[in-house]
Design a protein around this ligand. Sequence first.
Ligand SMILES: Nc1ncnc2c1ncn2[C@@H]1O[C@H](COP(=O)(O)OP(=O)(O)OP(=O)(O)O)[C@@H](O)[C@H]1O
Length: 387
Amino acid sequence: MATDAPSDATPTEDAVRAALATVNDPEIHRPITDLGMVKSIGIAPDGAVAVGIYLTVSGCPLRETITNNVTEAVQGVAGVTGVSVELDVMSDEQRRELRDSLRGGKAEREVPFAQPGSLTRVYCVASGKGGVGKSSVTVNLAAAMAADGIKVGVVDADIYGHSVPRMLGTADARPTQVEDMIMPPSANGVKVISIGMFTPGNAPVVWRGPMLHRALQQFLADVFWGDLDVLLLDLPPGTGDIAISVAQLVPNAEILVVTTPQQAAAEVAERAGSIAVQTHQKIVGVIENMAGLPCPHCDEMVDVFGTGGGERVAEGLTKTTGTNVPMLGSIPIDVRLREGGDDGRPVVLTDPDSPAGASIRSMAGKLGGRERGLAGMSLGLTPSNKF
Ligand SMILES: Nc1ncnc2c1ncn2[C@@H]1O[C@H](COP(=O)(O)OP(=O)(O)OP(=O)(O)O)[C@@H](O)[C@H]1O
């Protein structure tokens, strides 16, 4: 960043610090000056600047990015003739301070999304059967929302098929840890944390209920999500322990039910959705996936999995819950959606106007853009007797 100082003047420390304030930590997305990452600034009479930077952890995978960004920012200051960056690593004490400041001064773990003032909408994506496209829908909704400028995160809590990182293009990413705080990797503008990032190789997860509960609590409380507009949780299929844990940890989470049009799948999906009655959660709607395959020769729809499942589930859940559970939309079978999932390139980004892409984008618009209403939310105010 250029200043008004004449270019032959020695740069001031304030000007260098102002330039450093424009550099964000690539994982925490906050200025390095606010995170206690600037260790020292040395300015030689000839305009050469030496900056000392604390990394949060040794072997930080983003050390090169940070070095480059710092160099570029300081180089732009008037009078700077050269920049050298020396990296150091935070002490345990500094890391603890950083963690506490990221938690808003609170040392204890709490789930930010469950706090009364939280403005993050939390959606649990649930299905009855496996393989109906729950993860594909989650990933594409998230990518479409991010493309619309919404700050979105995904928790992949599907212990049986943790496929979200691959579908989002972060298959090999591992989160960085600052003390007991976890920095989620991000791809296509979506922050993501997956149970698969904490299991060696492709090992199956054989955790029982209490362990799953703890893992989920960690994903919600110990991951540094920043200010999210929307958090999507990809749940395992069925009515298992995880759904109950989510209800306990984030009682205001709303449920999105994914089904195929098939009668059998719809019945199971309805059962999975109706767990919301017991947990007192709201079902935001039903998404029907794999709703017909356009014939490649004549474009006529072939109803591979039958028809009407989504509507049946929506009607059934409306009756069971006594609230209006709408059908949010239908997604046809589309080979581009499957390929995009395999390649980590969501179809909503690669083929946004394909029938599948357009349908998911439209639902993402509704779910992401809906008023983050204060209705039903405690504002922490005491009613006045004046009126
Ligand atoms: N509309 C669609 N068109 C074509 N392929 C699809 C569609 N929806 C999902 N698929 C494919 O079906 C397979 C299963 O989808 P996905 O993994 O999203 O299901 P899931 O319900 O999350 O499964 P599980 O519960 O077992 O994790 C994937 O290979 C995915 O690419």
